[in-house]
Write a protein that binds this ligand. Structure first.
Ligand SMILES: Nc1ncnc2c1ncn2[C@@H]1O[C@H](COP(=O)(O)OP(=O)(O)OP(=O)(O)O)[C@@H](O)[C@H]1O
Ligand SMILES: [Mg+2]
Length: 313
């Protein structure tokens, strides 16, 4: 296994930024090939900036970034033919129909007509777009347009797919079709750089994850490694009356509808679950979700910055 993308002390300051807070700061990251790499973080954390720099659409300020062994600053042509991108905000060409727009994209990437046709048909089927294939892109709903963009990129022969919030605005069925297509791309040994605000999606697909906060990398690793890094890796919900003062001795407590949610270490979590069951209360226990980790880590970072901190976008 090699690395598809590597950055070292990557920094980006937009010329127009107010003050000089960097959009990305001191970012050193190795993204392995042939997997899904998830990048998560709040609005303004720097995810799109990272995608745009590593897909050679935006110049970095300092540090280095290499993609498939090529330097983004000097070898962008060598990189561009081997990558494809679904940008956060983009629409496919309006004046073509769905089939034409996917086919044309593949032809422009240099595929021969027969292969472009076969890949177009396959991608439209995968994303349930076949019934819309003759419809003008301008007549599609927003979610369908997004699906067309995903189809174009997933149908391509690119080795790295940059997907910046590919499933935002998609219905739950379409979202899972995109997941399915992403998993297939991974089986073809392609690398996917995925950003998403759907943490269930990030968790379901990513072999590794990076959490960005205010342009910095605050957590990185496999989902298991991330879980092992938090103080309370288990969550226990207790439905019914359980004295709050007693609960606090097990871990961090928050109130939920009809009961309490407690984040705890494993031994305390088991002990709490057993005690609550003995008292005849309803209990559920499991490892923390990626969302729990996100709220914990990012919540602490917001507290640390204090009320005077500059809000992100
Ligand atoms: N063209 C630009 N000019 C100036 N500042 C910018 C520009 N684009 C982004 N920024 C700033 O850079 C920071 C990172 O933005 P970025 O779009 O990378 O965040 P993001 O993590 O993708 O957020 P979101 O989840 O909202 O998509 C923000 O503070 C943003 O305001
Ligand atoms: Mg973004």
């Amino acid at each position: 296994m090699g690395f598809a993308i590597r950055t070292e002390r990557l920094r980006k300051v937009y010329p127009s930024s107010h003050g000089d807070r960097a959009a990305l700061d001191d970012l050193t990251l190795d993204i392995p090939d042939g997997r899904v790499y998830g990048v998560i973080g709040r609005n303004g954390a720097g995810k799109t900036t990272f995608v745009r720099i590593t897909s050679t659409q935006l110049a970095l300020t300092s540090g280095t970034a290499t993609v498939l062994g090529h330097d983004v600053a000097t070898e962008e042509r060598a990189i561009r033919v081997r990558i494809a991108c679904v940008p956060q905000e983009a629409r496919p060409l309006y004046f073509l129909n769905v089939e034409e727009v996917v086919y044309l994209y593949l032809k422009l990437r240099g595929l021969d007509p027969a292969e472009a046709r076969a890949r177009t048909k396959d991608a439209l089927e995968q994303l349930s777009l076949t019934e819309f294939r003759r419809r003008m892109v301008s007549h599609l709903s927003g979610g369908l347009r997004r699906r067309v963009l995903c189809a174009m990129v997933l149908a391509s022969d690119a080795e790295i797919l940059f997907l910046d919030e590919p499933t935002t605005g998609l219905d739950p069925i379409a979202r899972r079709e995109v997941w399915h297509a992403i998993r297939r791309a991974v089986r073809e040994r392609r690398t996917i750089l995925l950003t998403t605000h759907y943490l269930d999606e990030a968790e379901a697909l990513s072999a590794r994850l990076a959490l960005f906060e205010r342009g910095r990398l605050v957590l990185e690793g496999t989902p298991e490694e991330l879980r092992a890094r938090v103080r309370f890796p288990y969550r226990v919900t207790v439905q019914g009356p359980f004295p709050a003062s007693e609960l606090a001795s097990y871990g961090r407590v928050s109130a939920i509808e009809g009961g309490s949610l407690v984040f705890a270490r494993e031994a305390e979590a088991r002990e709490l679950a057993r005690t609550a069951l003995e008292r005849g209360l309803r209990v559920s226990m499991g490892p923390v979700s990626l969302e729990d980790i996100f709220l914990d880590v990012v919540g602490k970072s917001i507290e640390d910055e204090g009320p005077g901190a500059e809000p992100t976008a």
